[in-house]
Design a protein around this ligand. Structure first.
Ligand code: NAD
Length: 491
């Protein structure tokens, strides 16, 4: 098998060799073989990338009319759509997601650039009424140099969530993809160059978290870090960002509750639950990983859920029929297995899955797994597995459901199913998550703010609200009076 070479970093609009000359070996999770070698950035390369981004903030990018920034983002969206098939194949090789998912992700990434292209010339301050003696207003200015640190589970989607608003607001970005999935970001860099962004506005530097990521988080000339990943990594980044009081926004993990009341449309709730619990091989922050079902329909729902889960087609990422592929890494597979062992040892009722699917001798494959009667205080219900392991739990009353849903350190996404409109709004108000969906699960749209309560994060992505995180508000106060100023020091 030919190994693809990506031997350059994208810094200051040029393709340049990494300082160390080292490479990251990227593994195809379906074959366990190295399929790409990628230049590895270290702290010297981060220095260069940050300097290039800083220079861009005083070059043509800084004086470019916002509508023109928007036009560049639109062009990037067009290029993503043009290359969606090619990029989807690369992402599936690198990450293991099925091609039917990655193709959609490329098109959705284009939608993110389109949405924020439209926002670029609508970021505005406001007049502040202070009386006739002065004119006061606010300006929204770019924060400056943004360091973007990505996880491995949805590389291009999450790159677009960060790049699109950051660029719409006029910032320059140094983006570090995850070491496990560095390739698609470099492909995106080619499109950034083709779209015609000025040099240094976008810099792409694959590297290891403890080296390149840590250097970016601590860098004195980075104004803001936007990070998606585990909360433990976020804690480290927060500590290093404290050195220069960087702005931070974090999207971390979740243990999302999915509440099914007995009056719900159970067929619909079932179809959505299966997809929401197992898509991306469970490697999603917003998985419906705890399904709470009201007692009268609990047994029926759990049984049907397991039947449907057992029919999910686990397969090769490039096969269009595949529903879920392998885990992205051996480490993640081992982590998922350890939670399955834990669930068995704890005596939870294993309804389906738990093993390696038939027909796969190689690759990080695992069966969709359903445990019923899980204790909500157990590790299985409290910790993020990041694999296709679903916990099903019964509840009696609305109060019980809300209490169990909120009994977690996470607060990213929640969902509830009911035909009672009043209950829908009541429960939606009480669930402690940044997004609550009713009779569906986790709608993700560029216009809809997304982010976490509690340890699921700080700040929001998406929605026009995210532009607040990528701008500084400056207040300007112009004195208009003709009178002599008062002089408190006169006497
Ligand atoms: P991770 O925290 O291990 O790594 C994320 C990124 O941080 C990688 O690029 C890594 O290189 C970098 N990193 C690691 N150590 C660092 C350090 N000391 N300083 C700076 N950067 C460092 O997370 P992961 O395993 O790649 O991703 C899985 C996690 O991401 C899960 O917890 C998942 O829930 C979360 N996630 C959240 C969202 C969301 O939107 N809330 C979306 C996707 C994934």
């Amino acid at each position: 098998m030919e190994v693809r070479e990506y031997d350059r970093l994208f810094i200051g609009g040029e393709w340049t060799a990494a300082h160390s000359g080292r490479v990251i070996e990227s593994i195809d999770p379906a074959t366990e073989a190295v399929w790409a070698e990628v230049a590895e950035a270290d702290e010297h390369d981060i220095d260069r990338a940050v300097a290039a981004a800083r220079a861009a903030m005083t070059g043509p990018w800084a004086s470019m009319p916002p509508a023109q920034r928007g036009a560049l983002l639109l062009r990037l969206a067009e290029l993503l759509r043009r290359d969606a098939d090619r990029l989807a194949e690369i992402e599936s090789r690198d990450n293991g997601k099925p091609i039917r998912d990655t193709r959609g992700e490329m098109l959705r990434a284009a939608d993110w650039f389109t949405f924020f292209a439209g926002a670029a010339d609508k970021i505005r301050g406001a007049e502040v009424p202070v009386g006739a003696q002065a004119h006061a207003y606010t300006r929204r200015q770019p924060v400056g140099v943004v360091g973007a640190i990505l996880p491995w589970n949805s590389p291009i989607s999450l790159a677009s969530w960060k790049l699109a608003p950051a660029l719409a607001a006029g910032n320059a970005v140094v983006l570090k993809p995850a070491e496990l999935t560095p390739v698609s970001a470099l492909e995106l860099a080619k499109l950034v160059a083709e779209a015609g962004f000025p040099a240094g506005v976008v810099n792409i530097v694959p590297g290891y978290g403890g080296v390149a990521g840590a250097a970016l988080a601590a860098h004195p000339d980075v104004d803001k870090i936007t990070f998606t990943g585990e909360h433990r990594t976020a804690q480290k980044i927060m500590a290093s960002a404290a050195g220069t009081l960087k702005r931070i926004s974090f999207e971390c993990g979740g243990k999302s509750p999915y509440l099914v009341f007995a009056d719900a449309d159970l067929d619909r709730a079932l179809t959505v639950a299966v997809h929401s619990a197992f898509r991306s091989t469970g490697q999603s922050c917003s998985l419906a990983s705890r399904v709470f079902v009201q007692r009268p329909v609990y047994e029926e729902f759990a049984t049907r859920l397991a039947e449907r889960a057992a029919r999910i087609r686990v397969g090769l990422p490039l096969d269009p029929k595949t529903h879920i592929g392998p885990h992205t890494s051996a480490e993640q597979l081992a982590k998922t297995r350890s939670y399955i062992d834990y669930g068995r040892d704890a005596g939870f009722r294993l309804l389906c899955g738990g093993g390696r699917p038939d027909g796969f001798e190689r690759g990080y494959f695992i069966e969709p797994t359903v445990f019923a009667d899980v204790d909500n205080t157990s590790r299985l219900a409290q910790e993020e597995v990041f694999g296709p392991v679903l916990s099903v739990l019964p509840f009696d009353t609305e109060d019980d459901a809300v209490a169990m849903a909120n009994d977690t350190r996470y607060g990213l996404v929640g969902g509830l199913w009911t035909s009672d409109v009043a209950r829908a709004h009541r429960v939606a108000a009480r669930i402690e998550t940044g997004l609550v969906s009713v009779n569906t699960f986790r709608p993700i749209l560029p216009a809809l703010p997304y982010g976490g309560f509690k340890m699921s994060g700080i700040g929001r992505e998406n929605g026009l609200e995210v532009l607040d995180d990528y701008t500084e508000t400056k207040a300007v106060y112009v004195d208009l009076s003709t009178m002599e100023p008062a002089d408190p020091f006169r006497d």
